[in-house]
Design a protein around this ligand. Structure first.
Ligand SMILES: [Zn+2]
Length: 272
C-alpha cells in the first residue's frame, strides 16, 4: 500500500499538472462499484464536473484535490490504486476505474487492479476520517504527545505505529524501518519504551520518511508514481523484506515475524 512518501510523491508530481485546471468531464467505470463513497457514481461525476482544482494536499495516506466552493476531492489509493496523468488517452486496461478530463485536454486516469481504492467529494474532512492522528513531518507530531499516546497503549509498538489514530501515513514498510532506526524491537509493548527510546523512535519515524521521500518512495510490488515510474527506496531499506540477509550495522540475520497480523522485519541484535 502506498504510504506517506509514495502519496506525497504523487501529490508533488501531479501538482504542476492539475493546479488551476477545471474538471471538464468525469467517468466512473461500472466495474468499480465501491470506488465512490457516500454519493452514487453519477452524482459524484455530476458534482465534480465544472469544479476547478485550487490546490493539492495530503493527509496521511489520503491525496486531497482542493476544489473551488470549499469542496475536497479525497482519494485513498489503498493497495493498488494509482493516478496516471496523460495528454492523449487513458491506457487501454481493464483496470481503468475512472477517467477525469481537464480543461486543457489532458486526462487523469485512475487505474486500480484490486478495486480497493476509494474517493469522496466532501466539504468537511471529518466525514472522511475524523480520528486521523498527527502528520509525522509536521510540528503537530511532537515528542510529548507521542510519548503520552504510547503510554496509554500496551499493544506492540509496531501495532501502535500502524494505527492511523496514533500517526497518519505510516504503514508496514516505514514502521519496520523506523523501529530499526530507533533500535526498538517491534514486539515491545508501546508503554514499556523508555523515554530515550521514544525520542529515538520519534526521530526515526521522521528520518525514514524524509529519506524515502528523497528516493520518491518504495516500489516493492505495485507502486508507481503519476508518470508510471517506480520509486527507489526499496534499494535503501535496512530491514524491510531483508529476511535472512545480514544487518548492515551488525551482520546478524534479519528476522521476520508476524506482529498485528503483518509481516515484520527486525535485527535481533540491534533492536531490543
Ligand atoms: Zn543489527
Amino acid at each position: 500500500m502506498p504510504e506517506l512518501p509514495e502519496v506525497e510523491t504523487i501529490r508533488r508530481d501531479l501538482e504542476p499538472l492539475v493546479i488551476g485546471r477545471a474538471i471538464a468531464g468525469a467517468w466512473v467505470s461500472g466495474n468499480a462499484p465501491r470506488l465512490v463513497q457516500l454519493l452514487t457514481p453519477d452524482e459524484f461525476c455530476r458534482q465534480l464536473t465544472g469544479r476547478r482544482i485550487k490546490a493539492l494536499s495530503r493527509r496521511g495516506k489520503y491525496l486531497i484535490l482542493n476544489l473551488d466552493a470549499g469542496l475536497m476531492w479525497v482519494v485513498h489509493l489503498r493497495m493498488t490504486g494509482r493516478f496516471q496523468h496523460d495528454t492523449g488517452a487513458c491506457p487501454d486496461t481493464p483496470h481503468l476505474r475512472a477517467r477525469f478530463e481537464l480543461d486543457d485536454g489532458s486526462l487523469l486516469c485512475f487505474i486500480d487492479l484490486r478495486k480497493l481504492g476509494m474517493m469522496w467529494l466532501v466539504d468537511d474532512w471529518a466525514v472522511v476520517n475524523p480520528g486521523l492522528g498527527p502528520e509525522p513531518l509536521e510540528d503537530s507530531f511532537d515528542l510529548a504527545s507521542f510519548r503520552a499516546v504510547l503510554k496509554r497503549r500496551s499493544a506492540p509498538i509496531k501495532a501502535a505505529l500502524l494505527d492511523q489514530t496514533v500517526l497518519a501515513g505510516v504503514g508496514n514498510i516505514y514502521a519496520d524501518e523506523a523501529l530499526f532506526a530507533a533500535g526498538v524491537r517491534p514486539t515491545r509493548a508501546a508503554n514499556s519504551l523508555s523515554k530515550p527510546a521514544v525520542a529515538r523512535l520519534h526521530q526515526g519515524v521522521r528520518d525514514v520518511l524524509l529519506v524515502a521521500l528523497g528516493d520518491r518512495g518504495s516500489s516493492f510490488r505495485d507502486y508507481v508514481d503519476a508518470s508510471g515510474r517506480s520509486g527507489g527506496h526499496q534499494l535503501n531499506v535496512k530491514v524491510f523484506r531483508r529476511t535472512g540477509e545480514p544487518c548492515y550495522a551488525c551482520g546478524s540475520e534479519i528476522r521476520r515475524i508476524k506482529v498485528a497480523g503483518r509481516s515484520t522485519h527486525y535485527c535481533p541484535r540491534c533492536q531490543r
